[in-house]
Structures are given as structure tokens and as C-alpha cells.
Design a protein around this ligand. Structure first.
Ligand code: HMG
Ligand code: MG
Length: 318
């Protein structure tokens, strides 16, 4: 595949290396209407790891009725055994909402887990069936027990900018919940623009707010959905503020089943195109990654929404 990427131009104000937290197999697939066979999921993750991604969120141990697409987590994990030995440094995090989810995940000796909180009441109730505070109480023993078991915990915080039911979300509310996740023991906090409404100035302001609250930027990651086409601009704003961990979904797959206005995440290929153009290392082989997304688009029977994938593979995106 001819990439045609122009010579990189470094911007010294940006980080030299970014770790991509790939969420395609989890955030990408969780919203798919038709059930994707478990062997296709395993092959997708295998191809993503082979393309150089070193953090690939594999699945969720949530209630199977809430996210039927990921009800096969128990069947998927054994199919991934051996991948972490084959690719040094590979992490395969999984989402767990509660102790029941943690027990299921620990039985598969996962490398990392993630809890997922909400900065708003409405989304907490819709996504977790309890208030935002009650959700924090549900996560506390998960974080404690996972940490004791030597399994690092990422904390997600959803609706950090706009909420489809509540509108703009006050910054103090976001920083309050985010700080609580870190104090609880989460090693990393991923700030979610779940419905993709944020613009770059809001990203800068929120990251400034976290810095003013004493949260080191190396504890923060960003998670942008691309509903309004702002995800890359928002990512650049986050990089300028010192963020070095960026969530993205191969091929731009995705959405959240409990926030209908959430479309796909920032496409990993679009992100890699920008980062490599800026001379920022990712460890990712872009041609292999686009080929993996094209293969997955073929499995799903529709073209990838990623602009970079379509440019690299042709308009069919497969
Ligand atoms: P609930 O109904 O309140 O659960 O759901 P409960 O604690 O009352 O338990 C009811 C029954 O469910 C019990 O069974 C439990 O054992 C069982 P019973 O005793 O009645 O037979 N149960 C479970 N079974 C299997 N695995 C489990 C589990 N937990 C309870 N883990 C719950 C509460 C949190 C479980 C539910 O609301 C849920 O699973 N929600 C998950 C929603 C979800 O996965 N959303 C998508 C991920 S978040 C996202 O996409 C946003 C993100 O990308 C960032 C961004 O974009 O902003 C991360
Ligand atoms: Mg998401």
C-alpha cells in the first residue's frame, strides 16, 4: 500500500511519543446491532496487535443483557491467550462495572481493567442503573481489589463536555468526579467526550482546570467520539496541553449503546496519520492497521467511516 505521507515536521511543543489506547474491539463493537462472531473479534484483536498497537481494549465484563454484543467475553479471552507473549508490552484491558465483573475478569487473568463513571446523573442512571455517587461506591471495591491483585485500573469519565439530556456539563463537576477516580486508586483517568460535541477551546480549558486542581497531566488520557468531526482538533489541543495517551478506534467504529447521539470514536488511522505527520512516534504500522480495519469493515459488510482508511484502501474502505 502506497501511504503517500509527506515528510514529517516536528513541533517541539508536542510530545515525542504517544501511546494509543485502542478501543475498537470494545467501544467500536459494543454498539453493533448484529452479533459479531467471537472468532472474528479474536482475529481483529490479533491483527491490531500485529499492526503495533500495544494497548487494545478487548471486551467488557458487564451484564450480558445490557451489552449483548460483548456477552461472549468468557469465550473471547481464552482465544487471546498467547498474544501477550507474542507481542512484548501488549496490554489487553477489559471494562468491569462492579465486583461481579471483576471476578469474571480476574478468572481470565486480565492485564488491566477499567471502571467507567459518569460526570452526569442522567447518564449514570442510563448506563449503570444508579446515581453517579452510587456508581462511585460500586467502583471503590473494584479498584481496591484489582490493585491488590496487581491489576492496574483505568478510570473512564463520560460526558465530560456535553450531555444529551443535561446539556453543558459544569467543569467543577467533571474535575470532582475525575479526582475521586484517581484518589480511589485509578492509575489513569480517561476523559470522555461521549457524544463528540466538544471543541478545542473546551478541551484546553478542562485540561487547564485539572492542572489547577493539582492533577498531573501524565495521569490523563483523552477519549473523543467524532460525531461533529472535532476529534482530531480536540486531540491536538490535548497534546499541546501535554497529554500523551489518546484513545481511538480502528476504522472509526463505535458508539455507546446508552447514549444514542454517540457515534464512532476518533479513527485510529486518522490519528496515526496526524501523529506520524507531526513526527510523533506511535509504534504503529499504518498500512497494517488500515488493512486490519478494511478486513473488519468487510466482516461488518459496510465501509469504514475513517477518512484515512478510505483514502488508503479506496472508497469501499474494505
Ligand atoms: P443492575 O441491573 O443494576 O445490576 O446493572 P445489579 O447489581 O442489580 O445485579 C442484577 C443482576 O445482574 C444480578 O444477577 C447480578 O449478578 C447480575 P441475579 O442475582 O439477579 O441473577 N450482574 C452481572 N452479571 C454479569 N456480569 C456483571 C454483572 N453485574 C451484575 N458484571 C450494571 C448494573 C452495571 C451491571 C449494568 O448497568 C451494566 O452492565 N452496565 C454496562 C453498560 C455498558 O457497558 N455501557 C457501555 C460502556 S461505557 C461507554 O461506552 C463509555 C466509554 O466509552 C467512555 C465514553 O465514551 O465516555 C467508556
Ligand atoms: Mg466511548
Amino acid at each position: 500500500m502506497e501511504l503517500g505521507l509527506p515528510d514529517p515536521v516536528r513541533d517541539p511543543s508536542l510530545p515525542a511519543r504517544v501511546r494509543i489506547h485502542e478501543v475498537g474491539p470494545r467501544d467500536g463493537l459494543q454498539n453493533e446491532g448484529s452479533l459479531v462472531p467471537v472468532e472474528v473479534k479474536a482475529e481483529f484483536i490479533t491483527r491490531l496487535a500485529a499492526a503495533g498497537l500495544r494497548t487494545v481494549e478487548a471486551t467488557s465484563f458487564v451484564h450480558p443483557k445490557w451489552v449483548p454484543q460483548l456477552a461472549d467475553a468468557e469465550e473471547l479471552m481464552p482465544r487471546l491467550a498467547g498474544l501477550t507473549e507474542r507481542h512484548s508490552g501488549l496490554r489487553l484491558p477489559v471494562l468491569v462495572p462492579n465486583e461481579r465483573g471483576l471476578d469474571r475478569a480476574l478468572a481470565h487473568r486480565v492485564t488491566d481493567v477499567a471502571v467507567f463513571a459518569s460526570a452526569t446523573e442522567t447518564f449514570a442512571r442510563r448506563n449503570l442503573n444508579r446515581s453517579a455517587d452510587e456508581a462511585m461506591d460500586m467502583f471503590a471495591p473494584v479498584v481496591r481489589r484489582a490493585t491488590e491483585a496487581g491489576v492496574p485500573v483505568r478510570g473512564y469519565l463520560s460526558m465530560c463536555f456535553g450531555d444529551p439530556w443535561e446539556g453543558p456539563v459544569p467543569q467543577a463537576q467533571v474535575i470532582g468526579f475525575g479526582a475521586r477516580l484517581l484518589e480511589m486508586g485509578c492509575t489513569e483517568l480517561s476523559l470522555g467526550d461521549t457524544i463528540g460535541t466538544a471543541t478545542a477551546g473546551q478541551v484546553t480549558a478542562l485540561l487547564d482546570g485539572f492542572a489547577a486542581a493539582g492533577v498531573p497531566v501524565d495521569r490523563l488520557a483523552v477519549h473523543f467520539h467524532d460525531t461533529y468531526g472535532q476529534a482530531l482538533a480536540n486531540t491536538l489541543a490535548a497534546l499541546r496541553a501535554g497529554v500523551t495517551v489518546v484513545d481511538a478506534s480502528a476504522g472509526g467504529l463505535g458508539g455507546c449503546p446508552y447514549a444514542k447521539s454517540a457515534t464512532g470514536n476518533l479513527a485510529t488511522e486518522d490519528l496515526v496519520w496526524m501523529l506520524h505527520g507531526l513526527g510523533i512516534e506511535t509504534g504503529v504500522d499504518l498500512a497494517a492497521l488500515a488493512a486490519a480495519s478494511g478486513w473488519m469493515a468487510g466482516q461488518l459488510g459496510r465501509p469504514s467511516p475513517s477518512r484515512a482508511v478510505r483514502a488508503l484502501l479506496g472508497p469501499s474502505g474494505t
